[in-house]
Design a binder for this molecule. Structure first.
Ligand SMILES: [Zn+2]
Length: 469
C-alpha cells in the first residue's frame, strides 16, 4: 500500500529542545558560514554512487531473485518468512553490519477460494479479488441483485433500496487518497443499511480488466459483510445495465478469514557511523506484499533499492559520520505491525533518529522526494537533492512519510522523507500484474543511487539535520 501522504504540522521547537540546541550549538557548523563548500564535499560522492550503481544490474537481479523465488509475501505466509531469512543471509553476505531479525507478531488473513458469478442478465464468471481482511460468505455464497451507487451520498440517497442487495460502489479513480476511502469504509456503510455483500470498483485507473485487492476495515457495530473488488470495465458495464433498468444478479463466494497471529520479523542491517554511530538515518521499505502478483513494485523494489544504497556505500568504502540503517518492515499491507513494532522496539533511541526515509511508491523513474520536517532541514535536503539532477531525483516537495516510518516518526518527532517516482504505480498496485517485468534495471540503479546519495550525505553532514542554526 502507499499511504496517503499527509503534511504534518510544522515542527514545534519547544523551549527545552531550543535550549539543548543552543547548548550543542558550538559543535555544529553553520551551513551559511560554510557557504556551499559542505555541499561540494558530496558532489564527487554522488557521482561515484551513480556511476557504480549504473555500472551493473545487480539490484534488478536481486529483485528478480526475491520475487521469482518467494513470490507474493502476505503476512503469516511461509513465502514471507523464507524471503526474510533470505534477506538476512544476503545482507550478511554483502558485508552489512548488525544484520538481524527483530520479532513482530503479525495478523494472518487467508483468502481461500473465491469467485463472482454473473447470474443475470447473462451467466458468466467475472474477474474479482476479495478485499484483504474481508470475512467470507456463508458456504454456497451470497446471491442477490446488485445496486450500483456512485458515492456515499448516493448510497444515502438510495438507502431505502439497499436492504437485501449487493452494493457496488462505482467511484472512478482520481487519486489514491480520495478513492481508497470506499475500499476502507464501503463494506460497513453498505452493511449498516442492510446490504448482504459489497463490491467495489477497483482502486486504480482502468487497466486490462484488472481487479485490485487491498485492506478493508470494518467499523465497530456494523455487520461484517464480504467485500470484493471488480475491474473498472465490469463496473462500467453494471452501471450501464442499471441505467437501462436491467436487473443485475450475481453470486459472490469467498472463504476469507483470519487465523491466529503469526511470528514475523523486521529485517535490519547497518553501516555504522564512523564518528557518531548512535545517531541514525533509517531507509527502508516493506518486505510483505499482497498475496497476488509478486510484490515487485509494492514493495520488493523499495526494499531492494534502500538495501542497495547501503551495499553501494560498502562497495565504495564510504562510511558516513553517522549510522545508516536499512529496515525491511513486515506487515505493512494489512496491519502495519512492522512499523509499530519498530517504534516500540527502538523507543529509547528514537531521539537519536536523524531522518527516516521510505520507498513505497514504486521504483520507476526517479522524481525526487517528499519531505516533512523543519524548514532548515528541508533546505539542506533540497541542496543534497540538487546533486541528483542528472537522474531526475532533485525535486523536493512538501509531505514526506510512509506507513512504516510514520509510527516512529510521530513518536520521535523525526523528519520523514518519501522517495518519489513517476510511472504506473497505481495501475498495477495490489494486482496480479505487479511483477518485475514492469521495472527496468536502469530504474532500479538510478533509485538506489539517489537513496544512497541522500542517505550518505544526511548521515555525514557536519551538523545534525534539523539543527542547521
Ligand atoms: Zn506498499
Amino acid at each position: 500500500m502507499r499511504r496517503l501522504i499527509r503534511t504534518r504540522p510544522a515542527f514545534v521547537v519547544s523551549g527545552l529542545a531550543f535550549g539543548l540546541l543552543l547548548a550543542d550549538g558550538a559543535s555544529y557548523v553553520r551551513a551559511e558560514a560554510q557557504g556551499s563548500t559542505w555541499l561540494e564535499t558530496y558532489r564527487p560522492i554522488a557521482n561515484r554512487l551513480v556511476a557504480e550503481s549504473q555500472s551493473s544490474d545487480f539490484a534488478w537481479r536481486r529483485l528478480a531473485e526475491l520475487t521469482d523465488t518467494f513470490g507474493p509475501r502476505l503476512s503469516g505466509s511461509e513465502n514471507l518468512e523464507r524471503a526474510i531469512d533470505w534477506a538476512v543471509a544476503a545482507m550478511k553476505a554483502d558485508g552489512l553490519e548488525n544484520v538481524r531479525k527483530e520479532p513482530v507478531m503479525v495478523p494472518k488473513w487467508v483468502r481461500g477460494r473465491e469467485s463472482l458469478d454473473l447470474i443475470a442478465p447473462a451467466r458468466q464468471p467475472l474477474p474479482m479479488l476479495g478485499l484483504g481482511n474481508s470475512v467470507g460468505t456463508p458456504a454456497g455464497g451470497v446471491e442477490g441483485n446488485v445496486l450500483v451507487v456512485k458515492s456515499f451520498d448516493d448510497l444515502d440517497a438510495r438507502k431505502s433500496e439497499v436492504a437485501g442487495h449487493i452494493v457496488l460502489f462505482n467511484v472512478p479513480f482520481t487519486n489514491y487518497g480520495q478513492t481508497v476511502v470506499y475500499r476502507r469504509d464501503g463494506p460497513s456503510k453498505a452493511a449498516a443499511l442492510g446490504a448482504t455483500a459489497m463490491l467495489l470498483r477497483s482502486v486504480g485507473p482502468t487497466g486490462l480488466r484488472t481487479p485490485h485487492t487491498g485492506s478493508t476495515v470494518y467499523a465497530d457495530g456494523a455487520p461484517k459483510i464480504a467485500a470484493a473488488a471488480i475491474p473498472a470495465e465490469d463496473t462500467d458495464r453494471f452501471q450501464r445495465l442499471q441505467d437501462r433498468g436491467v436487473p443485475i444478479r450475481v453470486r459472490l463466494s469467498m472463504e476469507g478469514h483470519f487465523e491466529p497471529d503469526a511470528q514475523s520479523y523486521n529485517v535490519v542491517g547497518e553501516i555504522r557511523g564512523r564518528e557518531l554511530p548512535g545517531e541514525i538515518v533509517v531507509v527502508g521499505g516493506h518486505i510483505d506484499s499482497w498475496d497476488v502478483g509478486a510484490g515487485a513494485t509494492d514493495d520488493g523494489g523499495g526494499c531492494v533499492v534502500t538495501w542497495e544504497a547501503l551495499r553501494l556505500m560498502k562497495k565504495l568504502n564510504l562510511r558516513p559520520r553517522r549510522t545508516v540503517r536499512v529496515v525491511l518492515f513486515t506487515n505493512e499491507e494489512n496491519g502495519e505491525r512492522g512499523g509499530n513494532g519498530y517504534r516500540d522496539a527502538h523507543a529509547a533511541e528514537l531521539p537519536n533518529h536523524v531522518l527516516m526515509l521510505e520507498s513505497d511508491g514504486g521504483v520507476f523513474d526517479p522524481a525526487g522526494w517528499g519531505f516533512t520536517g523543519p524548514e532548515t532541514a528541508r533546505q539542506t535536503v533540497t541542496s543534497i537533492a540538487g546533486l541528483l539532477k542528472s537522474i531526475g531525483a532533485d525535486p523536493v516537495t512538501p509531505g514526506g512519510g510512509g506507513a512504516d516510518i510514520e509510527p516512529a516518526g510521530t513518536a520521535g518527532n523525526i523528519p520523514l522523507m518519501s522517495h518519489n517516482v513517476g510511472g504506473e504505480y497505481f495501475l498495477i498496485h495490489h494486482t496480479m500484474a505487479d511483477t518485475i517485468s514492469r521495472i527496468t534495471p536502469k530504474q532500479i540503479s538510478d533509485n538506489a543511487a539517489a537513496i544512497a546519495t541522500m542517505a550518505y550525505a544526511v548521515a555525514d553532514l557536519p551538523w545534525r539535520l534539523g539543527r542547521e542554526r
